[in-house]
Design a binder for this molecule. Sequence first.
Ligand code: PEP
Length: 256
Amino acid sequence: MTTRKKLIAGNWKMNKTSADAVALVSEIVAAVGKQSDVDVVLCPPFTSLESVGRALEGSTVKLGAQNMHHESSGAFTGEISAAMLRALFATHVILGHSERRTYFAESDELINKKVLAALKNQLRPILCVGETLAEREAGSTLKVVQTQTERCLEGVGRDLAPSVVFAYEPVWAIGTGKVATTAQAQEVHGFIRGLLTKLFTDPVAQKVRILYGGSMKPANAPELLAQKDIVGGLIGGASLEARSFVDLVNAATAVV
Ligand code: PEP
């Protein structure tokens, strides 16, 4: 089996002023900023990207954004382009988060445009897919994930596919304290890897990292991270506090 370096990404959502963000990042860097066994990415709000980027200088921790527009520039009030993120030394961008899909009506077609724009600008998309509770209860989890995956990856070639990081995030587990069981999570992760094999060939699919997201905490992380196709975590709530986030990075290090 290909060895894929684990990745722990923190999604701070709409939390932390720039000063709060720098204080948090300093604690995280002091604890895990020199290690390179696990990739660590922090995704603060746009307003803190520059200050967090500066605080990350000289560390192994990378910078990510939570969203971007697909056009490179122009009359799009309130929006931010991939080139602007690159200019702040961001390496990753979360795309298609369920909160963007739900509250900002982002469709797979729009997310696809963003994925292509991110890749064109050497940003790695952290592409989120996942079913709602109603969809799981209706037995359509795999169908929903398949549709999201295929539509969001339209036009992505084999050469760039390994740059995409997937995040399987069951919507019913995000911020709710309800975690998918390891069997539920591994089933969907394995399914996504199978889809990627069909789309891009097995050697390419084996390189893609698929993270789990949804109430991941230090207590449940070791079991989830030990699953064959779970190659890290996208962390919301537990990334807002240095202790829990560092414990999650350490949990990933322990199963490398
Ligand atoms: C997320 O928003 O991506 C997430 C996984 O949140 P939480 O960890 O709080 O469930």
